[in-house]
Design a protein around this ligand. Structure first.
Ligand code: ZN
Ligand code: ZN
Length: 295
């Protein structure tokens, strides 16, 4: 039951066509694969996928579902930004897209002077400029605002899957800006996990930081996954691939971590709902890595 529910293509900021990813997924033994390109950000249309491309995206995936029926199950999703007052999973263009499930993410934390949404993923000087100009130089204020937005998202407009819960740490891998173990930070994370549990969302364990060498572990970190598991939050492992050679990147590490923690199942979409599935067996307890294509 090898699956991935969070993935990109050239329709947003990924490389290559959906078909390239499907072929690779079949080679690696995936049973299901869900496309979740970045949703167009209406109404200003500032996202990497433009509103006008949404119809083509839907048509491309529908065609592949037919072409590869019987070989792999394909799903149509979008990674939907939560932007208060601007966009969420209930926005008209998202509902109209007829998605199998939604992936919800916070990438932007308020706006720079001038009204440009500020992404905490941007390298310096933009990262620092956002903290300085929006949050008076306080990284803590920025991080607390980030988690407040995630809580707002799951409480008011819950997606099926919450993407990369602690992605805000991307530019803080070495602890330059804040201490992940500080009481205020742990409290913000715990309050957010409580909200995710109450909303019944799936929490993804995102491996992108591992294969890109951004961080040494997953989004979210192991200690957060442990707290989530203790709350009974349903989990799944996603690669958030933007290139076809990354579709199972970091899976060995993530599944190994889940096994270490005592997680016995992940939740995979079956076309109707998310159902429990055992952790992937070939990766249990060793570093064998993902299955390789047999040529
Ligand atoms: Zn994302
Ligand atoms: Zn993504």
């Amino acid at each position: 039951m090898l699956a991935n529910h969070h993935a990109h293509t050239h329709f947003s900021d990924g490389v290559g066509e959906p078909r390239d990813y499907v072929r690779q997924a079949i080679r690696e033994g995936f049973t299901s694969y869900g496309f979740s390109d970045h949703a167009p950000i209406a109404p200003r249309d500032i996202g990497s996928m433009k509103l006008a491309a949404l119809t083509d995206y839907s048509a491309a995936i529908a065609a592949l579902q037919t072409e590869f029926a019987g070989q792999i199950t394909l799903f149509k999703s979008l990674e939907v930004d939560y932007l208060p007052g601007v966009m969420n999973v209930s926005s008209p263009h998202i509902l109209a897209a007829g998605l199998d499930y939604t992936v919800g993410a916070v990438h932007f934390v308020d706006e720079l002077p001038g009204g440009q949404p500020w992404s905490f993923q941007r390298p310096n000087p933009v990262f620092k400029r956002g903290i300085d100009t929006i949050f008076g130089g306080s990284a803590r204020a920025m991080v607390e605002r980030y988690y407040a937005l995630v809580r707002e998202m799951v409480t008011q407009h819950p997606p099926d899957v919450v993407a990369h819960l602690d992605r805000v740490k991307k530019r803080n891998a070495d602890g330059t800006y804040w201490d992940e173990r500080a009481d205020w930070h742990v409290a913000a994370v715990e309050e957010t996990l409580d909200a995710v549990a109450a909303a019944g969302c799936i929490l993804e364990v995102n491996t992108r930081g591992i294969y890109l060498n951004e961080i040494t572990d997953t989004y979210p970190s192991r200690w957060i996954v442990e707290l989530a598991h203790a709350r009974g939050i349903r989990l799944q492992v996603n690669s958030d691939a933007h290139r076809k050679d990354h579709i199972s990147g970091g899976f060995a590490e993530a599944y190994g971590m889940l096994q270490d923690i005592g997680v016995e199942q992940v939740h995979l979409f079956d076309g109707q709902e998310f159902v429990p599935a055992p952790l992937i067996q070939p990766w249990r307890g060793d570093a064998a890595g993902p299955p390789r294509p047999s040529h």
